[in-house]
Design a protein around this ligand. Structure first.
Ligand code: F6P
Length: 540
């Protein structure tokens, strides 16, 4: 058995769980009128109400004991101190340095990295201002009007999510788009109505070797040159965001047009680095700095607040509680805010690429579930789609509801109705409806069982006053540190991603076999047949 499962705090939780599993949220609320207040905490503009979770005071005590026993605070401090906690890649993990104030000191190998961060931010700001002012001219002398970010994974999902989330604050005279998929349709449809002379590509890739991004970048260059008919045009129409200067230069983008970051920024933790250049161009440097300040406020909360009042710690521990003690394999993330429509997709990489791991830091197999699957859609759309399963299906699915007091688009009663729905859904999941209640409403007995809701389905309510760059930054940091908390409990490395490698390697081999149509195939029969089918179809 693993050290985690044998640990006293884990055992204490395992012993405690069957008793809690018997309790209904109705009962827990009835017993303690103060429960909502006591099980709520605030930080960085966010209020987390975790009272609708299947926990008691004792559960929390035992979860915090687990966190202490696993050394969460020491691990957190090691991250903030720039220690190389990404042990499989021998790297520090310092996304928190990306939003540290200019006078902070964070050392990596004896060097303070904060001045470098701010130097890049200043260069980004100058570039963004120039473009926003219409002073960045394309090859024909027309100002740039279209920004196309080319990237994938962390070099796409964060920028897309942030652009959509902060669209309200964006310069509407600019069109900002994103290409990620190696499927040529993504590029073709993205540029279909764009004029090359007014289009600037930002090639965003930490490594500058990613197959999808480099393929799209080359296609973008051909698309531009087909119109410009002059290699010199590339300089005016391409920027790069990367850690790989040599590859950027080899592509034809000069170092002055490259915005760097560092190996201590993981791809999925990079939306507030230069990878956020498209975001900064869209919303402006001031709003981007406000977003960084929101991130930093949550960082400081995570770093300094006692575990008992620490939002990311509480969220992370609840995730462990359901995944490991209730066998809940998924978490639904349900923003009641249209601007956050890409937030669940963004979170999928953050959570699952980080904590989808099967061995401990020491390389031993785990004997407990690690990251659940994160998924979701904005409310209220999800209500008319998959909520049926959350309410009456057989899986326990903890939900994160996210909502704002104020809308950015006041229109009649829309916002009141939106908020009424999120509050009502959380209540319905928790309370349910008993057979007696169904019958009392006059349901025919044969229909009654179908109308029963067991309830006791847990959810968090994450509430803020208004969606701003700062509240968005704080929300992302909240989930980042929740992921960190979970990884600390599970003793896994949240900062590598070896699991994406095998598919990449095999894709290169298959691509070569497709290209050289007569090469002998030595895969399993199914794979051989699929390649042969494609060769034949393609040949027609
Ligand atoms: O394949 C996974 C991954 O390495 C992610 O971790 C990363 O965000 C993405 O690919 C893109 O990588 P890059 O920014 O180097 O192109």
């Amino acid at each position: 058995m693993s050290a985690l499962r044998e640990s006293p705090a884990w055992r204490a939780l395992a012993e405690h769980q069957p008793g809690v599993a018997q309790l209904h949220l109705r009962e827990l609320f009835a017993r303690d009128p103060d429960r909502a207040r006591r099980f709520s905490a605030e930080a960085a503009g966010w209020r987390l109400d975790y009272s609708k979770h299947r926990i008691t005071d004792e559960t929390l005590e035992r979860l915090f004991a687990l966190a202490r026993e696993r050394g969460l605070e020491a691990r957190r401090d090691a991250m903030f101190a720039g220690e190389k906690i990404n042990t499989t890649e021998h790297r520090a993990v310092l996304h928190v340095a990306l939003r540290a104030p200019a006078d902070a000191v964070i050392l990596v190998d004896g060097e303070n990295v904060v001045p470098q961060v701010h130097a890049v931010l200043e260069r980004m700001a100058a570039c963004a201002e120039q473009i926003r002012a219409g002073a960045w001219l394309g090859y024909s002398g027309l100002p740039i009007r279209n920004i196309v970010n080319i990237g994938i994974g962390g070099s796409d999902l964060g920028p897309v999510m942030a652009y959509e989330a902060l669209r309200h604050y964006s310069e509407r005279g600019l069109r900002v788009r994103f290409v990620s998929n190696v499927d040529g349709t993504d590029f073709a449809e993205t540029v279909r109505d764009l004029v090359p002379a007014e289009t600037l590509f930002i090639v965003s890739s930490k490594t500058f070797t990613t197959l999808e991004t480099m393929t799209n970048a080359r296609t973008a260059r051909e698309w531009l040159l087909a119109a410009a008919e002059d290699e010199q045009a590339v300089r005016r129409h391409f920027l790069a965001v990367s850690t790989n200067e040599a590859a950027v230069n080899a592509f034809g983008i000069p170092t002055e047009q490259m915005f760097g970051f560092w190996d201590w920024v993981g791809g999925r933790y990079s939306m507030d680095s230069a990878i956020g250049l498209s975001t900064m161009i869209a919303i402006g440097p001031q709003a981007f700095r406000e977003m960084l300040a929101g991130f930093h406020a949550m960082d400081e909360h995570f770093r300094t607040a006692p575990l008992e009042r620490n939002l990311p710690v509480i969220m992370g521990l609840l995730s462990v509680w359901y995944a490991d003690f209730f066998g809940a394999g998924t978490v639904a993330v349900l923003p009641y805010e249209q601007y956050l429509k890409r937030f669940p997709a963004y979170l999928q990489q953050l959570t699952m690429e980080s904590n989808g791991k099967h061995v401990t830091l020491a390389g031993e197999g785990v004997d407990y579930p690690t990251s659940p699957v994160f998924w979701g859609e904005p409310g209220t759309n999800g209500q008319h789609s998959f909520y049926q399963l959350i309410h009456q299906g057989t899986w326990l699915i903890p939900c994160d509801f996210i909502a704002f007091a104020q809308t950015l688009n006041p229109l009649g009663r829309h916002h009141d109705l939106l908020i009424a729905n999120v509050i009502a859904q959380a209540e319905a999941l928790a309370r349910g409806k008993t057979l007696d209640e169904v019958l009392a409403e006059g349901a025919p007995p044969e229909l009654a069982p179908h109308k029963v809701f067991e309830g006791n389905r847990p959810s968090s309510l994450l509430l803020a006053e208004r969606l701003t760059p700062a509240t968005l930054g704080a929300l992302v940091a909240l989930y980042e540190h929740s992921v960190f908390t979970q990884a600390a409990i599970w003793d896994i490395n949240a900062f590598d991603q070896w699991g994406v490698e095998l598919g990449k390697q095999l894709a290169l081999r298959v691509a070569e076999e497709i290209r050289t149509t007569d090469a002998e195939l030595a895969h399993d029969a199914s794979t051989n047949a699929a390649i042969a089918w494609y060769r034949e179809q393609r040949g027609r």
